[in-house]
Design a protein around this ligand. Structure first.
Ligand code: ADP
Ligand code: MG
Length: 539
């Protein structure tokens, strides 16, 4: 890999050197002692000028194209070699002071390219330098204005010695500079790799901290918050900036009782007030954060929200208990119904006997009424505890409600109540026919019972979309007495009733039926303002 920046600096440096050279040549009129002629001076100035242009052109190419950089670098080295050779030629050949400039070319080849290129350059230098000296010795350079006289004066042996000396020095330079720049390159790339690794680690780290599904925070030895991830922001309603440097026990007061164990692996559960006012149950675990030489420089906290888990566990436990109790009581209810039927039948028979007087008849009728009520309760209960398997069919809801209204028209509870069936005629729900009637019978009767005196019940429906499912939203709204919020929360509980003769199983059964059909329901009510029960049924 060739470093563009290095090539850039190299070209800039050469520009500077050439400028100095040009300036001294032109303004100070410095003449190297063998460049006696004006022609040589002119050639030198032109060569410098050309170098100038070449350098500027190279800079442009360097910035324009990204691919030509290797060729460009080779061109720099070759240009330098030519430049030095010409300078030596016009400044006296063997007596020229510029032979040392070859070293610079070798060094730049090793720093810009690689060690092998440094050796090639050194070889080229030897060839060029040797050729100049040889050609000068044999008078071949006389046409260029270079006389053979000084070379011949040195003698062949001395020239040979000179070439050998330069050859050794060139290769030594190539070896040394190549070695050094190779090392520099290697450590540079190692450093770069490390830097990339650190960057990646840093990114990974912050990504994990911000996305994990639990609270993560760190404190310093004074108990002040440092890291505070986004889960913690949600739990406390404080932003990272607001939390930074706050005492932990101030940001999360529930942790205060554990303060003394923060730095030696404390853990525990505590209550916490969520930003929306809800009560949360959180658990925490702290681990000391150690720095150099195992000194404690803080603590790291892992915080979990246990609220939902605890609630689910409690619910599961209750559901388990209820299931067991339900199974048992359903069997008992079944067993009770048989003797109840026998009692009721026998009492009816006894009541027909001629010697029964009026007083006994009244007692018998009480027995009959109460056994009927007991039977009704057991029937409801059995239905709740063991609902029949539904046969789901497409039902026209409007028809079902209309039939129900006809059925209820003789019911005394609905005497002064009007029912408005606003369900669209073409609305279809997938439901069991009998259970559908049962659901709306329960809802309408509840509404009717909540209305003292005159009132109305409105049944509305429309098709809605939730996600990719089609649903029917049906609401039963009454102008009855309504309920308070505590009652609303309990309406679906089995045996919850506020009525004297109520079983508290109506809405519990409705809920169960709706659930087994894949629907859901909500109750909205306000004391004195009536109640709206909304069902979402699969359409
Ligand atoms: P029950 O009708 O036997 O009392 P339900 O499960 O049908 O049992 O209803 C439970 C309780 O919910 C009722 O006792 C009543 O307090 C309340 N409730 C249900 N529907 C309504 C309504 N439409 N308006 C007011 N209260 C209602
Ligand atoms: Mg009811």
């Amino acid at each position: 890999m060739i470093d563009r920046k290095r090539v850039f600096w190299f070209i800039l440096l050469r520009l500077l050197v050439v400028s100095v050279f040009l300036a001294t040549t032109i303004f100070l009129d410095v003449r190297t002692y063998d460049v006696g002629t004006d022609i040589a001076q002119k050639v030198l100035i032109r060569l410098m000028g050309a170098t100038y242009l070449f350098s500027l052109g190279s800079l442009v190419v360097l910035y324009r194209s990204r691919r030509e950089i290797r060729t460009l670098t080779y061109a720099q080295i070759v240009w330098d070699l030519i430049l030095v050779t010409v300078m030596i030629l016009i400044s006296g050949g063997v007596t020229s002071p510029y032979a040392f400039l070859y070293f610079l070319s070798i060094i730049s080849a090793s720093t810009l390219l690689a060690r092998s290129q440094a050796y090639y350059t050194a070889s080229l230098c030897v060839i060029l330098y040797g050729a100049i000296l040889d050609f000068q010795y044999y008078g071949k350079l006389a046409p260029l204005g270079l006389s053979a006289y000084p070379a011949q004066q040195y003698g062949a042996a001395y020239l040979f010695y000179l070439i050998f000396l330069h050859c050794a020095a060139f290769f030594l330079t190539a070896t040394l500079a190549g070695h050094l720049s190779e090392r520099a390159r290697r450590s540079e790339s190692a450093f770069q790799e490390k830097a990339i690794d650190y960057e990646e680690l840093e990114r990974l780290n912050s990504c994990i901290v911000s996305t994990i599904d639990s609270g993560l925070l760190t404190i310093n030895p004074d108990g002040r918050i440092r890291v505070f991830n986004s889960y913690m922001e949600r739990l406390t309603g404080l932003s990272q900036q607001q939390a930074y440097d706050r005492p932990l026990c101030e940001a999360i007061p529930g942790l205060s009782p554990f303060e003394r164990r923060f730095f030696d692996g404390g853990q525990g559960e505590f209550k916490h007030q969520a930003p929306d006012g809800g009560q949360l149950l959180l658990s925490f675990k702290s681990v000391p954060l150690t720095g150099k030489e195992d000194a404690t420089v803080g603590a790291i906290f892992d915080i979990h929200d246990l609220t939902e888990m605890k609630r689910l566990a409690a619910e599961l436990k209750r559901a388990d208990r209820l299931a067991a109790v339900g199974e048992l009581s359903a069997r008992m209810a079944h067993e009770i119904r048989n003797p109840l039927a026998a009692i009721s039948g026998s009492v009816q028979l006894v009541a027909l006997r001629p010697w029964v007087d009026e007083k006994d008849k009244r007692l018998f009728s009480i027995i009959l009424r109460e056994t009927d009520r007991l039977d009704g309760l057991l029937r409801d209960f059995l239905f709740y505890a063991k609902p029949a398997q539904p046969t789901k069919i497409p039902l026209k809801l409007h028809r079902v409600i209309a039939d129900l209204c006809a059925l209820l028209s003789t019911d005394p509870r609905l005497e002064r109540v009007t029912i408005e069936n606003r369900v669209p005629e073409d609305l279809v729900v997938v439901f069991d026919k009998d259970q559908c009637s049962q659901v709306f019978w329960n809802l309408v009767v509840n509404s009717a019972e909540a209305i003292a005196g005159e009132g109305s019940i409105v049944i509305e429906a429309c098709a809605v979309r939730s996600g990719d499912k089609k649903e029917a939203r049906i609401s039963v709204r009454d102008s009855g007495s309504g309920m308070n919020q505590a009652e609303v929360r309990r309406v679906f509980e089995p045996f919850f009733t506020t009525k004297k003769g109520g079983t508290g199983l109506g809405l519990a059964t409705v809920y169960r039926i709706v659930e087994t059909h894949g629907g859901r329901m909500v109750v909205d009510s306000e004391e004195g303002a009536g109640t709206t029960v909304t069902l979402f049924l699969p359409a």
